[in-house]
Design a binder for this molecule. Structure first.
Ligand SMILES: *[C@@H]1O[C@H](CO)[C@@H](O)[C@H](O)[C@H]1NC(C)=O
Ligand SMILES: *[C@@H]1O[C@H](CO)[C@@H](O)[C@H](O)[C@H]1NC(C)=O
Length: 336
């Protein structure tokens, strides 16, 4: 997945963006109308959004580095990289992690004073609890602001009134919810020699890596859903668990999907699969990441590398260092 914002991802360009918001916002491919409007009214935020989406994609690539699907897709480039056409659990993961990535980046930027309309969480100032004698101090991450911003921007791309829209919105929300649940209270003690007579506390953001691992777990437990058409317009109005008796909603933090995943073995324009040809694999593992699974039985190529380096270095009086050279052999495997 290629990010959309390398055209203005570097800081030096931010002033240019402010001057030419119109030009820049019109150049970003695949923005929905409401996203373009938000881009024009908040050009400072669009850079942060781009960075947030990019960290989401990076995290996705990290989490799936040993899987057949490596977080890439064929097809049209959009705001958040290439979109998976199939409403699969992989698509679910990408939506959740980018929505969380954007909320995370915006919240962090607020705390660092990088955005004009937000800062530290103002509700978390002054005394919290006089009896326990701790009070809010430092800078509490205003995760509510970041989440709301992610909602406004990321969710605005869902313009088609179909089941996939409901799926995407649910997964976006799941990603943001998991981020919100993972904020932590951190405290510092004050008092004579660490006696902790008073404490100041603040809310911190989790690392996006932590959210990546949690969403990966959600991904393996993702639930299949189907749309329910409740309105007279026959448009899908909400989702329910597929195959469940009666009506059962998915949980807020579940990742949901509509369609089974392809096997991602071969390149396929219809599903967006890039296939696994040329992927690195592990020659000794029989699990995911092993060449058997990764190469789908097509076999693999072995590449031999030799690396020469200095080793066994000894110091001789006085003053020379003598080393011998060692060569290390390594093998790398790639799928046929
Ligand atoms: C994912 O795999 C495809 C197909 O082998 C490859 O072209 C692409 O560069 C890989 N992407 C990443 C991020 O590793
Ligand atoms: C390959 O898999 C084995 C067993 O799972 C593991 O011990 C080894 O570190 C892996 N090798 C690489 C290069 O990742």
């Amino acid at each position: 997945m290629k990010p959309f914002l390398h055209l203005c991802a570097c800081r030096a360009l931010s002033s240019v963006v402010a001057l030419g918001a119109n030009i820049i916002c019109n150049k970003i491919p695949g923005l929905a109308p409401r996203q373009r409007a938000l881009c024009q009214s908040r050009p400072d935020a669009i850079i942060i959004i781009g960075e947030g989406a990019q960290s989401g994609i990076n995290e996705c690539q990290y989490q799936f580095r040993y899987a057949r699907w490596n977080c890439s897709a064929l097809g049209e480039r959009t705001v958040f990289g290439q979109e998976l056409r199939v409403g699969s659990r992989e698509a679910a993961f990408t939506y959740a992690i980018t929505a969380a990535g954007v909320a995370h980046a915006v919240t962090a930027a607020c705390s660092q004073g990088k955005l004009s309309q937000c800062g530290c969480d103002r509700d978390k100032q002054g005394y919290h609890n006089r009896e326990d004698s701790w009070k809010w101090g430092g800078c509490s991450a205003d995760v509510k602001y970041g989440v709301e911003f992610s909602r406004r921007f990321v969710d605005a791309r869902e313009i088609k009134k179909n089941a996939r829209r409901l799926m995407n919105l649910h997964n976006n929300e799941a990603g943001r919810k998991i981020l919100q649940e993972r904020t932590k209270l951190e405290c510092k003690c004050h008092g004579v020699s660490g006696s902790c007579t008073t404490r100041t506390c603040w809310i911190t953001l989790p690392k996006l890596r932590e959210i990546g691992y949690l969403l990966k777990e959600r991904y393996s437990e993702a639930v299949q859903v189907e749309p329910v058409r409740a309105s007279r317009l026959r448009q899908p109005s909400f989702l329910r668990l597929k195959g469940a008796r009666g009506y059962q909603k998915p949980r807020d933090t579940d990742l949901v999907y509509l369609e089974r995943s392809p096997n991602y073995c071969e390149e396929d324009a219809a599903t967006g699969s890039t296939g696994t040809r040329g992927r690195l694999c592990n020659g000794t593992s029989t699990l995911t990441g092993g060449c058997g699974v990764m190469c789908c039985g097509r076999g693999y190529n072995t590449h031999h590398y030799t690396r020469v380096r200095q080793c066994n270095c000894k110091f001789h009086w006085c003053c020379v260092v003598k080393c011998s050279t060692c060569s290390e052999k390594s093998e790398v495997f790639t799928c046929k």
